[in-house]
Design a protein around this ligand. Structure first.
Ligand SMILES: Cc1cc2nc3c(=O)[nH]c(=O)nc-3n(C[C@H](O)[C@H](O)[C@H](O)COP(=O)(O)OP(=O)(O)OC[C@H]3O[C@@H](n4cnc5c(N)ncnc54)[C@H](O)[C@@H]3O)c2cc1C
Length: 483
C-alpha cells in the first residue's frame, strides 16, 4: 500500500479528464507526499464531465450519470465524501422509448440491452413484426457458436435474435451508449457478458431466466412492474462537475494545471521530461520543461500515440488505430404545457434504419427531477456518432432547426424552446472494434516496458465512468508500487 516516507516522488499526469483526475487522486491517497502535476489542455478540468447551471437548469454538457453495477464510480464518490449527494433516477419513470416509423413506442418491459427477460411484453410489442418476434423467441433453442473468435455486436445479435430485433431494439440501445457502428463494435470488448451467457448456458434468454429465477429465490427481484434497468444509474445533486471539484480539492495546491498543453515527453536522467505550453497565453509561447520520476498518460489514445511515437513507434501505431467518434449534444427546455407527450420515460433511442437526424434523446429532467424548475422540461439530444459523423460538426443554425423539427414530431412540441444549449465532443468516444481486446493487450505489454510509465483512459477497458476510474486507479497503484 502507500509509502508514507516516500522521498517526494515527482509524478506527471497528462490529461485532466476523469481518468487523469482519478489517477491523481489515487496517487495522493497512496502517497500524500507525492509531488504531483496534472496537465490539462482545456481551461477547465473534467473532460467529458462538465455541468453548467444556466437559467435555473442544471445542464450536463457531456456525461449524464454513471452505472452502479460496477463499484468503482460509487466507491470513489464515497471516498470523496459525496455519498449523500448521489441522486437516483426517478423511480416512477424507468421506461425507454424506441422510434418506429417515426412514432414512439415503449421498449418491451424487461428488455435489457439485448436480452428479453420477459416474453409477454415482447409478444405484444408493436415494435417487431410477428415474424421478428418468432425469430427472437427461437434464440432459446439455437445452438451456441462453437469457435471463440471475437465478432461484431451486429453479427452476434443477428445470429442470436434475428435481424429485426437487432435493427429495431438492440442497435438503437447500444448505439446510444457507444455512438458506434455496431457492424464493427466488438462484442468481447463491450458486451462480453452476453457472449458469456451463450457460452455458459447456450442461450441469452435461458441465462437471463436462470438469473432472474435465482434473484427471485434470493428475494431481490425488485418486484415492481417497471423493472430494474434505470435504477442502475446515479448522478450527483449539484451535477457531475461536483465530482471534478471534489477531486481537485483533494489535490495539493497548484498540482492541477488547466490550460496547459503537453507538447512532448522525453526520457531524461532516469525519469521523464515534460514539455508543455500555456494554452491561450497569446502568441504561441515556447514550451517549458519540467522533470518527473514517473508519468501517467491519461490523455485520449490518439494524443498518447502522438506523444509516445518517439519512444515506441509500434506502440504509437497501435494506439493510433483506435478510432474515435464525435457527438454533439443539444439541450432544450420547454414549458411542460408545450409538450403533448406524457413524458413518462427516461429517454428515447432511435434505430439507424429510421434515418432520423437524432441518435437519442434523454428526458433529462424526467430522469432526474432536480435538473429543471417546476413546470419546465429539460431535454438533451444526441447527434453524430459513427452513424452521422457530419452532424456532430454541423453549423448550429442548420443543426438546431433539424433537431427541433424531429423532436416536435416525436413529442408533440408546440412552439420554440425557452432555453437552448449546444456542446460538441469531437473525437471523444473511442471505438472498440472487433479485435480490441488483443489490441489492448499488445498496447499494455509495450506500455509496461516503458520505465516509470503507466497508461489509462477510456480507450482500453471500458468507456463508462466506473471503468475509467478503475483503470486510472490501477495506473496510479502501478506507479506507486514500482517505487
Ligand atoms: C458526450 C458524452 C457523453 C457521455 N455520457 C456518459 C455517461 O452518461 N455515463 C458514462 O459512464 N460515460 C459517459 N461517457 C463516456 C465517458 O464520459 C468518457 O469515457 C470519460 O469521461 C473519459 O474520460 P477520460 O479522462 O478517459 O477522457 P477525457 O474526458 O477525454 O479526458 C482527456 C483529457 O485529456 C486532455 N488532453 C488532451 N490532450 C492533452 C494534452 N496534449 N495535454 C494535456 N491534456 C490533454 C483533454 O483536454 C481531456 O480533458 C460519455 C462520453 C461523451 C463524450
Amino acid at each position: 500500500m502507500g509509502s508514507p516516507q516516500s522521498n517526494a516522488r515527482r509524478v506527471a499526469v497528462v490529461g485532466g479528464g476523469i481518468s487523469g483526475l482519478a489517477a491523481a487522486h489515487r496517487l495522493i491517497e497512496l502517497d500524500p507526499a507525492c509531488q504531483l502535476t496534472l496537465y490539462e489542455r482545456r481551461s477547465r478540468l473534467g473532460g467529458a464531465l462538465w455541468t453548467k447551471h444556466e437559467e435555473g437548469y442544471q445542464v450536463e454538457q457531456g456525461v449524464d450519470n454513471f452505472i452502479t453495477t460496477l463499484p468503482w464510480g460509487l466507491d470513489l464518490c464515497r471516498r470523496l465524501g459525496l455519498e449523500d449527494q448521489l441522486v437516483q433516477t426517478n423511480p416512477k419513470l424507468r421506461q425507454t422509448y424506441v422510434v418506429r416509423a417515426g412514432r414512439l413506442h415503449k421498449l418491451p418491459d424487461g428488455f435489457l440491452m439485448m436480452a428479453p427477460t420477459r416474453m409477454w411484453p415482447l409478444v405484444v410489442t408493436p415494435i417487431l413484426s410477428p415474424l421478428g418476434k418468432l425469430r427472437c423467441g427461437l434464440e432459446y433453442f439455437l445452438p451456441p457458436r462453437k469457435h471463440d473468435a471475437d465478432e461484431s455486436v451486429a453479427s452476434f445479435v443477428r445470429r442470436r435474435l434475428g435481424r429485426e430485433a437487432y435493427e429495431r431494439l438492440v442497435e438503437p440501445l447500444v448505439s446510444a451508449v457507444y455512438a458506434a457502428d455496431l457492424e464493427k463494435l466488438s462484442i468481447e470488448a463491450t458486451l462480453s457478458r452476453f457472449r458469456q451467457m451463450e457460452r455458459d448456458h447456450g442461450s441469452i434468454v435461458r441465462a437471463m431466466r436462470k438469473q432472474m429465477k435465482k434473484r427471485r429465490g434470493e428475494g431481490q427481484s425488485g418486484g415492481g412492474e417497471s423493472g430494474p434497468r434505470f435504477s442502475m444509474f446515479v448522478t450527483l445533486r449539484e451535477g457531475l462537475s461536483s465530482l471534478v471539484d471534489a477531486i481537485t480539492d483533494r489535490l495539493p495546491e497548484g498540482a492541477a494545471r488547466p490550460a496547459t498543453v503537453v507538447e512532448r515527453i522525453e526520457r531524461h536522467d532516469g525519469g521523464w521530461r515534460v514539455w508543455a505550453t500555456q494554452s491561450g497565453a497569446g502568441d504561441s509561447p515556447p514550451p517549458e520543461s519540467e522533470d518527473f520520476d514517473a508519468l501517467i498518460m491519461a490523455a485520449p489514445s490518439h494524443i498518447a500515440a502522438d506523444l509516445l511515437r518517439t519512444h515506441d513507434a509500434e506502440l504509437a501505431d497501435d494506439l493510433a488505430t483506435i478510432t474515435h467518434s464525435g457527438t454533439a449534444i443539444l439541450s432544450f427546455a420547454f414549458d411542460r404545457e408545450q409538450i403533448s407527450h406524457p413524458l413518462d420515460g427516461m429517454g428515447i433511442v432511435v434505430p439507424g434504419i429510421e434515418k432520423s437526424p437524432i441518435l437519442a434523446c434523454s428526458l433529462s429532467s424526467q430522469k432526474y427531477v432536480h435538473r429543471a424548475p417546476e413546470g419546465k422540461v429539460l431535454l438533451r439530444v444526441f447527434v453524430g456518432g459513427m452513424r452521422y459523423p457530419e452532424m456532430a460538426e454541423m453549423a448550429e443554425d442548420e443543426l438546431r432547426p433539424r433537431v427541433l423539427d424531429e423532436l416536435a414530431q416525436l413529442l408533440g412540441i408546440d412552439g420554440p424552446p425557452i432555453y437552448s444549449g449546444l456542446a460538441r465532443w469531437p473525437r471523444t468516444m473511442p471505438q472498440y472494434h472487433v479485435g480490441h481486446k488483443d489490441l489492448v493487450e499488445r498496447i499494455e505489454t509495450r506500455a509496461a516496458a516503458l520505465p516509470d510509465f503507466a497508461l489509462c483512459g477510456n480507450a482500453y477497458h471500458g468507456v463508462g465512468i466506473p471503468d475509467c476510474v478503475h483503470t486510472a486507479e490501477q495506473a496510479a497503484e502501478r506507479i506507486i508500487n514500482k517505487q
